[in-house]
Design a protein around this ligand. Structure first.
Ligand code: SAH
Length: 261
């Protein structure tokens, strides 16, 4: 019997309808697969049934990793490590499909880290990741919406994102307190050539510091009241941060990099 560890966010998916939906949202056959946090292998089984080329799993829990090794030895490459310590870019030569039902705080951290580390050639084909529903709604939000903010702007810079489905707490064991959503991400071919993603993070942090206030103050803080950037981007300083589209934030970052380089 496996006892779920709360500290590792262990809520195992046990709903066959959802498990099928997850493996059917992308083409798995003959692809390289990376699954993070495979746990008791519930999703892993479904992935293997779809005849992938090679499956690598990364599981932090020693006991679960041992158990997976006993059950799936020949079929899996098992890495018993913390995903946060793994260099994702050096794992595969070919493009990879990534699946992950990780603890929710880690999902967001990993997604941000991967985007920030991304080079021009993407190491993955798609990411299929589970989030707390509330966080998923922030990730997929468009502008002029109260969910719009730093996370959606960072993600949309390099990735396209779609919701696959919402998942009820009863689809897991043990049953979590919150609803979940499954999101699928794919690379954007054209994205703004920001030199240092930290600058995008800085600008969105300062703009969204006060989401109810007009953008006049954050703008002046970052650009020292520079009028040229204002005119070039046709920016109305009476707007609120959530009224500015994605492109405006990427352009603001590019202008900021020009001024500071
Ligand atoms: N994907 C499985 C398990 C989900 S529970 C399913 O859907 O049933 C989350 C899993 O992530 C657990 O197995 C947990 O041990 C693992 N995990 C938690 N933190 C991790 C980390 N930092 N790196 C790798 N795996 C982690």
């Amino acid at each position: 019997m496996i006892r779920a560890k709360k500290s590792l966010g262990q809520n195992f998916l046990i709903d066959d309808i959802i498990l099928k939906q997850i493996v059917n949202c992308v083409e798995i056959e003959k692809k390289n697969i990376l699954e993070i946090g495979p746990g008791t292998g519930n999703l892993t089984k479904y992935i293997l049934d779809k005849k992938p080329k090679k499956v690598t799993v990364i599981e932090k829990d020693n006991n679960l990793a041992k158990d997976l090794n006993l059950r799936f030895k020949q079929k899996l490459n098992i890495i018993n490590n913390d995903i946060l310590n793994v260099d994702e870019t050096s794992l595969f030569k070919d493009k990879t499909l990534v699946f992950g039902n990780l603890p929710y705080n880690i999902s967001t951290e990993i997604l941000s880290k991967w985007i920030i580390n991304l080079k021009d050639n993407f190491w993955f084909e798609n990411l299929v990741l589970m989030f707390q529903k509330e966080v998923a709604n922030r990730i997929i939000s468009n502008y002029n919406n109260s969910n719009y903010g730093r996370l959606s702007i960072l993600v949309n810079w390099k990735l396209k994102v779609k919701k696959v489905c919402d998942i009820k707490p009863t689809s897991f064991n043990p049953i979590p307190k919150i609803d979940s959503s499954l999101l699928i991400f794919s690379p954007r071919e054209n994205f703004y050539k920001i030199k240092n993603p930290k600058n995008l993070e800085k600008i969105t942090r300062i703009f969204f510091n006060n989401r109810r206030k007009m953008i006049k103050k954050p703008y002046n803080q970052i650009f020292n009241g520079d009028q040229k950037v204002l005119e070039k981007l046709k920016l109305d300083l009476n707007l609120r941060p959530q009224n500015l589209g994605f492109d405006i934030y990427y352009k603001l970052t590019e202008e900021y990099e020009k001024l500071t380089s």
